[in-house]
Design a protein around this ligand. Sequence first.
Ligand SMILES: Cc1cc2nc3c(=O)[nH]c(=O)nc-3n(C[C@H](O)[C@H](O)[C@H](O)COP(=O)(O)OP(=O)(O)OC[C@H]3O[C@@H](n4cnc5c(N)ncnc54)[C@H](O)[C@@H]3O)c2cc1C
Ligand SMILES: NC(=O)c1ccc[n+]([C@@H]2O[C@H](COP(=O)([O-])OP(=O)(O)OC[C@H]3O[C@@H](n4cnc5c(N)ncnc54)[C@H](O)[C@@H]3O)[C@@H](O)[C@H]2O)c1
Length: 462
Amino acid sequence: MEIYDAIIIGSGQGGTPLAKKLAKAGWKTALVEKSYAGGTCVNVGCTPTKTMIASAKAIHTIGRAEEWGLKAELREIDIHAIIKRKSDVVELFRNSAQEGLEETDNLDLIWGQAAFRERNVIETKLRSGGTSLITASKVIISTGTKQDLPNIRGLENSGYLTSTTLMELKEIPRHLLIIGGGYIALEFGQMYRRFGSEVTILNLGDRILEQEDIDISNEVRKLLELEGIKIICGADTKAVEREGNETNVWFTVGQEERSMSCSHVLVAAGRVPNSGDLNLASAGVATDEQGYLVVNEYLETSAEGIYAIGDVKGGPEFTHVAYNDHLILLRNLLHAEKQTTDRLVPYCMFIDPQLGRVGLTEAEARAKGLNIKVACIPMSRVARAIETGDERGLMKAVVDADTKQILGVAILGEEGGEVMSVLQMAMLGKIDYSAVRNMMFAHPLYAESLNNLFMEFDGDQA
Ligand SMILES: Cc1cc2nc3c(=O)[nH]c(=O)nc-3n(C[C@H](O)[C@H](O)[C@H](O)COP(=O)(O)OP(=O)(O)OC[C@H]3O[C@@H](n4cnc5c(N)ncnc54)[C@H](O)[C@@H]3O)c2cc1C
Ligand SMILES: NC(=O)c1ccc[n+]([C@@H]2O[C@H](COP(=O)([O-])OP(=O)(O)OC[C@H]3O[C@@H](n4cnc5c(N)ncnc54)[C@H](O)[C@@H]3O)[C@@H](O)[C@H]2O)c1
C-alpha cells in the first residue's frame, strides 16, 4: 500500500489548489478524482453557465439596440454555436486544471471513485480497471454536491432536465418549466427566456430569494417578469407526466389545484452532498441528517486527521468558499496556524443585472436587535446607469447607526457584483460609511454613486 502525507478526494476549486500547494511544500500528495479535473464549477457550474449567460445578454442588448440609436436585428439564435462556445471555454479551463496537476512534482493524480476502507486508508475503483489502496495521516474530503431530485410523483421517468443536461440540449425549449426558485432557476430562467423560450418558474417558497430582503426579492421578481418570465410562488409540485411531446405538471398553490403543460422541465430545487458512497462510517466521520460532513471552524471532521472543504460540508455553497477553505486549511496544515472559517461570505447572482450581496440583510440586522440605518437609492439615480442605458435595480446598504460600520450590502444593478466588492473591502478594512461617502471615486463609475448612497443618511454635509 502506497503511503502519502496527504490524500485529497475531489479536484474542485478547493481540492485542486490544495493538492498542488501541499505537493509544492514537499508533502507527498495524492488527488483522487472520479470525473473531470476542475469539479462542478469548471465543468458544469459557474464556467459554462456564465459563458452561456453572456450569449443571452448579447441577445438582450441587440433587442434594445434602438434605445442606443442603432438599427440592428437579431437574425438567428444558433444554440449549437452557443453550446460549442461554452464547451470550448470549459475544455480550456478543465485542461488547464488537469495540466497544472499533472505538472506538479510530488503529486499523483489518481482517476477513480474513492471511498474509505478504514480511517486513513482510501480504496479507489480505478477508471482504468482494478482498485488501488493508499494511506495518509491527513485525508481531505472535497467531493462537492450533486443535483437533488425532489420527491414528486412521476418526475424520475419524465425525461426532466438538470442544469447540466439543459446546457447540452441542442434545441431551444418551446416552454421551459422550472421547479425551484434559487440561483439556478433564476439564472437559467432568464437565460432561456432570452433564447426565446416561454419560461415558467414554480417556486415552493412564498417568494423568490427568501433569504434576501423583501424589497430586493420584489425588485428581482419585477425585472424578470418584465422580460416575460412567469413566476408562481407557493407552488408545490405534486406530479409530472410525459405524454408525447408534452409534459404535464400538477401543482397546488395553497388550497388551489392547478396544472400546466410544457415542452421541458428543469429541476433546480437544490443539491445534496456527495458523501453517501464514501463509506464514512468506517472512518468515524460524522454527517448531519442531510449527509453534509460536520466540521468545526478549523474544517476538522469528527475523525482525527480527516478534514472537509467546499460544498460537501454544507453552508454557503459557492466556488469562492471552497477556494477560501483551502487557504485556511493550507495554513493550518503547513504552518500549524489556527485559521478559522469565521469570515465574510460575499456572493453574486448572475442574472442581468447582477445581484451582489455581502453581510447582513436589513431583516437579519433587525432580528439581531441592532441599531441600524438603511440607505437605498434606485439605479435610476446612478449617473453611469443612465449614461449606459440600464437603470434597473437599486443599491442598498445597512449600517450600524452608532459605529457607522457597514454591516451589509445589496447591489442589484449592472456590474452589481463588482460594486458590492468595493464595499466588501470597506467592511473588511473597517472603513466606515462616512469615509466612503467622502471618498473620491473616478467619474463616472458605478462606484462613484456610493458617495450618493451614503449621503442618504446625512445629506451632503461633510
Ligand atoms: C449550474 C451551477 C452554477 C453555479 N454557479 C456558480 C457561480 O456562479 N458562482 C459560485 O460561486 N458558485 C456557483 N456554483 C456552485 C459551485 O459550482 C460550487 O460551490 C463549487 O463547485 C464547489 O466546489 P467543491 O470543490 O466543493 O466541489 P465540486 O466542484 O463539486 O468538486 C467535487 C469533485 O469531487 C469529485 N468526487 C465526488 N465524489 C468522489 C469520489 N467518491 N471519489 C473521487 N472523486 C469524487 C467530483 O467528481 C468533483 O470533481 C454553481 C453550481 C451549479 C451547479
Ligand atoms: N451565482 C451563483 O453563485 C450560483 C449560481 C448557480 C448555483 N449556485 C449554487 O448552486 C447551488 C444549487 O443551486 P439551486 O438553485 O439548485 O439551489 P438553491 O438552494 O439556491 O435553491 C433551491 C430553490 O428551490 C426551491 N425548492 C426546493 N424544493 C422545491 C420544490 N419541490 N418545488 C419548487 N421549489 C423548490 C427552494 O425554495 C429554493 O428557492 C446553490 O447552493 C448555489 O449556491 C450559485
